[in-house]
Design a protein around this ligand. Structure first.
Ligand SMILES: [Zn+2]
Length: 461
């Protein structure tokens, strides 16, 4: 077996690794590059391989930086199967359709403002491309070995990151014996609400591992939950609203889980809760259909508490008029809306209305990247621009850590050291600082060879 690194090799996004196994060609993930405009322009460029020569794709999970270029792969001639966990197959449709709609809308708007004679702005892919992708997708359960190509076996194991997320094991029967390649996918921290902890992998000959938070240790989740409760209590006394920018996948469902679990002690019956994101509503439906993947704690909450996805005062606002109506609520509303970093989506409307009021509270529950509106607010800006308008920021701001969907340095090391065979480790999906820090600790801890993936680097398994 041989692995070639194409994406997320020296950066976090654009996950894509090519595997040669038993004379077949596989891709692990086919993700979109996200970041600045120049970075994102790279998505339209040709692949470093011929799409028509790939025999199969294995997808670790449905985040767009892992699946977002599949429509291009299919458009450029890939005709094989896309193997993934069954819940990921369901989420994939939601994620890709949303990305295609946004791309189509952006292109349309651009073309309207374009002067005569200039070439049309084409969307990166369309909903038709997505429909073609979905015909090639095959959903599988965790932990069941599947022969996906002659002499090539796949095992998906729970990675505890988002619903359906998997660590991938590829086994190839070679003349010298069976060789095992393990790709961590994105790994969640132990104790992530709703989801099970990552399933340990028994054995590997080469390990590709994510390293997003390879240089950090997270705050304790329990402290974060206490802090959330205190914020709701204060907001109640102040008589304002609570705005929570949140990612549609994972974080939104996690918040609803905590709301159900602390429904009484946080006095949530006195609030109206809005999940104001059509995409988060669709993702929540997928979570709802896959209770078989929930962990013990979640089963207990579903049995003993109000159903997190059907809280009596929870409103899913699908259409724009219902979303706008929320702005007339002056107090007692908890509004969860995307995007998670406030650089798009409905949260911007709520911020424009809510930021000038000192009785309101804005709670940041996720990472805010440099250059986003969320980051400016977290950094304490007193004025921000939203829809070209200057908005005075008088609302109270809170940043709560400890809800990350990625495990930290200790979690990564614990997961890696569990694997038998002391395999060499190649670090992917991380900035260089994080990878350097993690590589150092891993070498000390395991004595294994640890490498940082670089674009077009290759490695024998
Ligand atoms: Zn992810």
């Amino acid at each position: 077996m041989l692995v070639r690194f194409h994406g997320a090799a020296g950066e976090v996004t654009g996950s894509c690794h090519e595997v040669e196994a038993n004379g077949h060609r596989l891709l692990l993930d086919c993700g979109m590059i996200q970041g600045s405009e120049a970075d994102e322009a790279r998505n339209a460029e040709p692949f470093a391989f011929e799409a028509g020569k790939i025999d199969a794709v294995v997808l670790s999970h449905a985040h767009i930086d892992h699946c977002g270029r599949l429509p291009l792969l299919v458009r450029r001639g890939f005709r094989g199967r896309i193997h993934t966990q069954a819940a990921t197959a369901d989420l994939l449709k939601v994620m890709l359709e949303d990305a295609a709609s946004l791309a189509e809308m952006d292109a349309e708007r651009d073309n309207r403002h374009r002067s005569e004679g200039r070439s049309d702005h084409q969307p990166l892919f369309t909903r038709e491309d997505v429909a073609r992708v979905m015909k090639q997708v095959q959903g599988h359960p965790y932990d069941v070995p599947l022969e996906i190509l002659p002499g090539v076996t796949l095992v998906l194991r729970d990675a505890g990151h988002i619903l359906g997320s998997a660590s991938v094991e590829i086994r190839a029967d070679e003349a010298s014996g069976t060789r095992r390649l393990v790709f961590s996918g994105d790994l969640g921290p132990n104790g992530t609400p709703i989801l099970r902890d990552p399933t340990p992998v028994p054995q590997a000959d080469l390990l590709l591992m994510e390293s997003t938070y390879g240089g950090r240790t997270h705050r304790d989740r329990a402290d974060t939950i206490v802090e959330l409760g205190e914020i709701f209590a204060k907001a109640k006394r102040d008589g304002g609203n609570v705005l929570i920018p949140a990612f549609a996948v994972g974080r939104s469902q996690e918040l609803l889980y905590w709301f159900a679990r602390h429904y009484d002690d946080w006095g949530l019956a006195a609030w109206q809760i809005f999940l104001d994101s059509p995409m988060a509503a669709k993702v929540t439906e997928v979570y709802d259909r896959h209770e078989e993947l929930f962990d013990e704690d979640a089963r207990r909450v579903w049995r003993d508490k109000p159903n997190p996805f059907r809280l009596p005062n929870l409103h899913f606002t699908a259409d724009v008029s219902a979303s706008q109506a929320i702005n007339r609520v002056q107090s007692g509303a908890i509004i969860i809306a995307g995007s998670g970093m406030c650089n798009g989506g409905r949260i911007r409307h709520h911020l424009r209305h809510g930021l000038p009021n000192p009785r309101n509270h804005v709670v940041f529950v996720g990472y805010q990247a440099q250059g986003t509106l969320g980051r400016r607010l977290v950094d304490g800006a007193e004025r921000v621009r939203i829809f070209g308008e200057e908005v005075l920021v008088r609302a109270q701001r809170h940043t709560v850590g400890g809800l990350s969907a990625h495990t930290d340095q200790n979690g990564l090391i614990a997961w890696a050291t569990h694997i038998g065979g002391r395999p060499p480790i190649v670090l992917v999906h991380g900035e260089d600082d994080a990878r350097d820090a993690l590589a150092l600790r891993l070498r000390q801890k395991t004595g294994a060879e640890v490498l940082l993936a670089r674009p077009e680097m290759q490695r024998k398994v």
